[in-house]
Ligand binder design. Structure first.
Ligand SMILES: [Zn+2]
Length: 189
């Protein structure tokens, strides 16, 4: 177990590595601020999907698509510790139980607030919906731009990466997939 003091001192070491004067006014509290921001950015390590999705409601026979689209998120790439950000579309078709709509956004947050790659967030959100809601189908589509590609390496500013996980009826049936795509593309209110 690494203490907060040790974590802050590790940040100070990195600033030293840059050749910076870690005692100057602008930097003296930077290690503290960095670790405080990490507590927020990486809060997902202290949350569990089971808890987020534990309270469900009777769906009262609703058997259409439930879609929460344009869920903005912010994550950190595990390879370079660079931010990546974008939006997620999360959908499922209930069998018996439905879940509060904010929980779908919370599941995206929980996974994005860890060291990640986009593929894993996409898969993990779909896995959670399958496991905890046993839906007829579920789908997760994520579009994101990646800091590690924008400010270093290949330096592409506008490239968007899209990933998708289609499960159950969204995997099996082209009609279900195309209805979902139509709903995602419908103009906002
Ligand atoms: Zn990266």
């Amino acid at each position: 177990m690494v203490s907060k003091d040790e974590a802050e001192s590790a940040v100070r070491t990195l600033l030293d590595y840059l050749g910076e004067d870690t005692g100057r006014e602008g930097l003296v509290d930077t290690p503290k601020r960095v670790i405080k921001s990490w507590d927020e950015i990486f809060a997902g390590y202290h949350q569990s999907s089971a808890e987020v999705l534990e309270s469900t409601f009777n769906g009262e026979g609703y058997d259409g698509i439930v879609l929460l689209r344009d869920v903005e998120f912010h994550s950190t790439c595990e390879h370079h510790l660079q931010p990546f950000r974008g939006r997620a579309h999360v959908a499922y078709i209930p069998t018996e139980r439905i879940v509060g709509i904010s929980k779908l956004a919370r599941i995206v947050e929980l996974h994005s607030h860890r060291l990640q790659n986009q593929e894993r967030i996409t898969k993990n959100v779909a896995d959670d919906l399958e496991e905890h809601l046993q839906p007829l189908g579920c789908a997760v589509i994520i579009e994101a731009s990646h800091g590690c590609m924008q400010c270093r390496g290949v330096k592409k500013q506008n490239a968007i990466m899209t990933t998708s996980a289609m499960r159950g009826v969204f995997f099996d049936k082209a009609e279900a997939r195309s209805e979902l795509m139509q709903l995602i593309r419908t103009n906002p209110l």
